[in-house]
Design a protein around this ligand. Structure first.
Ligand code: DC
Length: 325
């Protein structure tokens, strides 16, 4: 059965900007964010704390079985404890990279992620979300960036958190993680089939979000291009303005002569009157020559509705006229 809201997956190497973009997208769409790497980090933290070695065996299975990992409102809970902050250390990142190569670890986490995504309306972010976790996702993205750009971003992130690390050290760490992610046997990092690929090296987070949002809108629109309201407006504007100019060719002149409390409201003139100068009194007395045309009647109506004061020349001395353009 088709889902009411799509499943969106964002995969790519470390530092490609997935986490920031996934968070903003989830906020803008009102979807649930599932940062899959954070779930693996929580599991690795738990193994680290208990001293469970990163290898398959009875000890690992016994440790994993009762483990509870929950993602809610951007926070990650390990057996009920909020570990959102503690899983961000470099030490945890390194152990996680090892731990994620284990089949029993992935067998524990992948079903949890699928369960959360089943209803749709989710943004999954990680390495295998579009290939293994939700290969049937409606919208898949694959974000990349040069190693240099990713290292610079990671360095800035660490600096913001108060940790100073050399660019060279970060670059070699990232290269090692790329290798680990791309060459592992289980769920290696790959561009998912049908994914939209985007190199974010020279783009700001906002620019990436805008591009992804337009792809999501395109999908929601049933694959049709969104209605180009701007172009439609521009196309309609020209004939509308031309039509209005033709039909309502009136303009007010001499309004500076109209005092605030007494309007001259004296006359309207229009080229349809003989000699184009026939004055028509605002008292609705028929014009001396011929009947007022509809434009002149409209002009008088305009004059009356604009000026509430009685008829008569005001202290300004001049006359408020409405004439054809
Ligand atoms: O995205 P991250 O840095 O929080 O991910 C932490 C580690 O988990 C990283 O080594 C890649 C791994 N990972 C994975 O194997 N599969 C995922 N779906 C997400 C992350």
């Amino acid at each position: 059965m088709p889902r009411k809201n799509p499943v969106i997956t964002i995969d790519g190497p470390a530092g490609a900007g997935k986490s920031t973009v996934a968070r903003v997208l989830a906020e803008r769409l009102g979807y649930t964010l599932i940062p899959t790497g954070a779930m693996y980090r929580a599991l690795a933290l738990s193994m680290m704390r208990s001293g469970v070695p990163a290898r398959e065996g009875a000890e690992l299975s016994a440790h994993l079985a009762p483990l509870s990992i929950v993602v809610a409102a951007g926070h990650v809970y390990l057996n009920g404890e909020d570990v959102t902050e503690s899983i961000r250390s470099r030490e945890v990142a390194q152990i996680t990279s090892e731990v994620t190569t284990l089949a029993s670890v992935r067998a524990k986490v992948t079903p949890l992620q699928r369960e959360m995504a089943a209803e749709g309306g989710v943004v999954l972010e990680g390495r295998d979300t579009g290939t293994v976790v939700c290969p049937d996702a409606e919208v898949k993205f694959y974000l990349t960036a040069s190693l240099e750009a990713r290292a610079r971003r990671r360095q800035a992130e660490l600096a913001a958190a108060g940790t100073s690390v050399s660019l060279a050290a970060i670059t070699s760490e990232l290269a090692a993680r790329d290798k680990q992610d791309e060459t592992r046997e289980l769920a290696p990092l790959r561009r998912p089939r049908g994914a939209i690929e985007l190199d974010t090296s020279d783009l700001t987070a906002d620019q990436v979000v805008e591009r992804l949002m337009s792809a999501i809108e395109h999908h929601k629109n049933g694959g049709r291009a969104p209605i180009p309201w701007n172009r439609l407006y521009a196309a309609c504007k020209v004939p509308t303005v031309a039509f209005m100019r033709l039909m309502f060719r009136l303009e007010a002149i001499g309004t500076e002569n109209v005092p605030a409390h007494a309007c001259s409201r004296k006359a309207a003139r229009c080229s349809c009157f003989p000699r184009g100068h026939a004055a028509m009194r605002a008292s609705s007395a028929p014009p001396s020559r011929g009947r007022a045309c509809s434009r002149c009647r409209a002009a008088l109506r305009w004059c009356r509705s604009t000026c509430a004061a009685p008829v008569g020349r005001g202290p300004g001395g001049g006359a408020c006229l409405v004439r054809q353009r």
